[in-house]
Write a protein that binds this ligand. Structure first.
Ligand SMILES: C[S@@+](CC[C@H](N)C(=O)[O-])C[C@H]1O[C@@H](n2cnc3c(N)ncnc32)[C@H](O)[C@@H]1O
Length: 245
């Protein structure tokens, strides 16, 4: 089992330092980089007694697999993987649950952007099938800009079964699909809710779609057939936020 991860980028490293500094094992910063935001990370690291090494850019490039590390990288203890049991106990203690389901998103940039949207919209957690989905990779953390460190990510073995358990606890599940007849803006998104988004290539799988209580589309004016999944996620989540004000 993987016990350690690499996290890079100013927002991502800052979020771990802020929310769970005990996870940070050590940090590297790019030698010769004079940046106010890096300086504040170094100060936080010093406060928590975290060892920081200065290294050439090439070292950070290699450790981040040439990701956009912005001159900072941390080796961190991996977060505990959250499963169905963790999800259902969170639902039980949450007054009006609000979840995002991603049915097989495989691009780390899309998952990172969806986590960022989810955090901004105040969702209680993001649910993904354990297989055929990207997990919490360093690129996901970087793109999520700190959201990956705070939004619980539940990796479930059988998504349809998890959806049924959520429904038994009173959560209404709305699937998003471009070809649906119902208009998202006319769909009630106020109560205990999970919004399900499909994968980049195939959209919602048949069983996931059949497990939804309703399916809605974002009206499109132009000629393209669909939106990018992270863009569609942002629109769906913030329509729910607007209705839930
Ligand atoms: C790139 S799209 C998938 C397109 C795919 N070819 C299909 O058949 O659904 C990824 C996901 O974004 C969401 N999405 C994209 N455009 C949408 C729209 N106009 N209305 C509702 N959801 C949309 C859906 O959840 C979709 O499964």
């Amino acid at each position: 089992m993987k016990k350690q991860d690499i996290t890079f980028g100013i927002h991502a490293v800052e979020a771990v330092l802020k929310h769970s500094p005990e996870r940070v094992i050590e940090m590297w910063v790019q030698a010769g980089r004079d940046d106010q935001r890096l300086a504040s990370l170094l100060q936080m690291a010093a406060e928590y007694g975290i060892s920081v090494q200065k290294a050439a850019r090439k070292v950070l490039d290699d450790k981040s697999d040439s990701g956009q590390h912005q001159g900072v990288l941390a080796r961190v203890k991996a977060v505990k993987q959250l499963n169905d049991n963790d999800l259902l106990s969170l639902v039980e203690k949450t007054e009006t649950p609000f979840f995002l389901i991603l049915d097989g998103v495989t691009d780390p940039h899309n998952l990172g952007a969806c986590l960022r949207n989810a955090d901004a919209a105040g969702v209680h957690g993001v649910i993904v099938p354990r297989d055929n989905s990207v997990g919490l990779t360093p690129t996901v953390s970087k793109v999520a800009c700190g959201a990956a460190e705070v939004v619980p990510l539940f990796q479930v073995t059988n998504l349809a079964r998890t959806m049924k358990s959520l429904q038994e606890k009173g959560v209404w599940i709305v699937g998003a699909a471009g070809e649906a007849d119902s208009d998202l803006y006319k769909t009630d998104l106020k109560g205990p809710l999970a919004i399900a988004m499909g994968a980049e290539d195939k959209g919602l799988r048949r069983l996931t779609r059949e497990s939804c209580d309703s399916i809605a589309s974002i009206p499109m004016a132009g000629s393209v057939s669909s939106l990018n999944v992270s863009v569609a996620t942002g629109i769906c989540l913030f329509e729910a936020v607007r209705q839930r004000l």
